[in-house]
Design a protein around this ligand. Structure first.
Ligand code: SF4
Length: 55
């Protein structure tokens, strides 16, 4: 089931709502892999999990 508060286009994620570009989780954690994030590319969805059989 989609969470209408979280849009997402990462179809290779196990939590993606499949037919629609939403996340299916109740909430997600956004984090960073940088010491001092300064741009969009510094941010990560820490709730991402690779969909089984994907890629
Ligand atoms: S867990 Fe993150 S990457 Fe996966 S569908 Fe939800 S928002 Fe997208």
């Amino acid at each position: 089931m989609k969470n209408e508060s979280i849009k997402c286009t990462i179809k290779s994620c196990a939590h993606h709502a499949k037919d629609e570009n939403y996340c299916s989780l109740d909430h997600i954690l956004v984090g960073t892999h940088e010491a001092n994030p300064t741009e969009k590319a510094c941010t990560d969805c820490e709730s991402f999990e690779l969909k089984k059989g994907c890629c």
